[in-house]
Design a protein around this ligand. Structure first.
Ligand SMILES: *[C@@H]1O[C@H](CO)[C@@H](O)[C@H](O)[C@H]1NC(C)=O
Ligand SMILES: *[C@@H]1O[C@H](CO)[C@@H](O)[C@H](O)[C@H]1NC(C)=O
Ligand SMILES: *[C@@H]1O[C@H](CO)[C@@H](O)[C@H](O)[C@H]1NC(C)=O
Ligand SMILES: *[C@@H]1O[C@H](CO)[C@@H](O)[C@H](O)[C@H]1NC(C)=O
Length: 248
C-alpha cells in the first residue's frame, strides 16, 4: 500500500484537530453519567417497584477524600404532551422528592439510581437524569444527562362475561368478554368446562374482541363457559352459564 506523502498543511491540520478534540474531550469528560447498556428502556408491572439505574464518574480526581464535588441532581419525568415534571432533586444535603420516589444509595456513592414504588400506569414516560458537579469554590466542573424510558404494564383487570341472544336450540348466541383495563391489550380465550369441555378457536372465537359465536346451538352445548383475558404480565377470568332451552 502506498500512502500519499503528507504535506505540511495536512500535518498541521491534523495536529490542530487532535489538539482541539483532546481539549474538548478533557472539558466534557470531567463527569459522566452511566446507565447500564440495555437498561435505558425498562418495563415494569403496575403495583410493583422498579429501579432506574444510573451513576456518575469523575474523570479527574482532585482530592483523595471522595467525593470532593458537590453534585446537583435532578430526575425529571417527561411524558408526551405534558410539561416535564421534577420527581426528585438533591443539592447540598437537601432532598426533595415525590411520594414513592427515592434514591437507592447515599449520594456520596455517586450512584444516583432512582427507585419508584407502587408503580401506576401513569408513571410511564422518559426519566431524564441530570447531574451538575460543583467544586468547593462553587464552580461548575461537569454536567451530564442520561435518559431511561419506563413502560408500566398492567395485567388484565377482571373481565365481565355476558351473552347476546336467547339460547333456544337451533339459534345462535354470542358470548362476550371484555377486560376494562390492560397494557398491552389483552387477548381472549373461551372454553367450556366439564362435563362436555371444549376449547374454542377461530372463526367462532375472536381473540381480539373477546367474542365467541355459537351457531345452531344444541342442549349438549349447555354448561359453564370461562373467558380468560391474558397479556404477557398476567391474566384474569370470568364465566357465564349457558342453559340451552328446547321448544318455544
Ligand atoms: C448503582 O445502583 C444500582 C441499583 O442498586 C446497581 O444496579 C448498580 O450496579 C450500581 N452501580 C454501580 C457502579 O455500583
Ligand atoms: C346463525 O349463524 C349462521 C352462521 O353464521 C348463519 O348462517 C345463520 O343465518 C344464523 N342464524 C340466525 C338465526 O341468525
Ligand atoms: C343444526 O343442528 C341440527 C342438529 O345438530 C342439524 O340437524 C341441522 O342440520 C343444523 N342446522 C344447520 C343450519 O346447520
Ligand atoms: C364463575 O365466576 C364466579 C364469579 O363471578 C366465581 O365465583 C366462580 O368460581 C366462577 N366459576 C368457575 C367455574 O370458574
Amino acid at each position: 500500500m502506498i500512502l500519499p506523502a503528507r504535506t505540511p498543511e495536512t500535518s498541521l491540520l491534523r495536529v490542530l484537530f487532535l489538539g482541539l478534540s483532546t481539549l474538548a474531550a478533557f472539558s466534557l469528560a470531567q463527569m459522566e453519567l452511566h446507565v447500564p447498556p440495555g437498561l435505558n428502556k425498562l418495563e415494569a408491572v403496575e403495583g410493583e417497584e422498579v429501579v432506574l439505574p444510573a451513576w456518575y464518574t469523575m474523570a479527574r480526581e482532585e482530592s483523595s477524600s471522595h467525593p470532593w464535588e458537590a453534585p446537583f441532581l435532578i430526575w425529571f419525568l417527561e411524558q408526551e404532551g405534558k410539561e416535564p415534571k421534577q420527581v426528585l432533586s438533591y443539592f447540598k444535603g437537601s432532598l426533595s422528592n415525590k411520594p414513592g420516589v427515592t434514591l437507592v444509595h447515599s449520594i456520596s456513592t455517586r450512584n444516583v439510581s432512582l427507585r419508584l414504588d407502587a408503580l401506576q400506569e401513569g408513571d410511564s414516560g422518559t426519566y431524564r437524569c441530570s447531574v451538575n458537579a460543583y467544586d468547593s469554590d462553587g464552580k461548575n466542573i461537569g454536567h451530564s444527562i442520561k435518559t431511561i424510558e419506563l413502560k408500566v404494564l398492567v395485567p388484565p383487570a377482571p373481565p365481565s362475561c355476558s351473552f347476546q341472544g336467547v339460547p333456544y336450540v337451533g339459534t345462535n348466541v354470542t358470548l362476550n368478554c371484555k377486560s376494562p383495563r390492560s397494557k398491552p391489550t389483552a387477548q381472549y380465550q373461551w372454553e367450556r368446562l366439564a362435563p362436555s369441555s371444549q376449547v374454542f378457536f377461530g372463526p367462532a372465537l375472536d381473540t381480539v374482541r373477546g367474542s365467541l359465536k355459537l351457531t345452531n346451538i344444541s342442549t349438549a352445548m349447555s354448561g359453564v363457559y370461562v373467558c380468560k383475558a391474558q397479556n404477557r404480565v398476567g391474566f384474569a377470568q370470568c364465566n357465564v352459564t349457558l342453559d340451552v332451552m328446547t321448544g318455544q
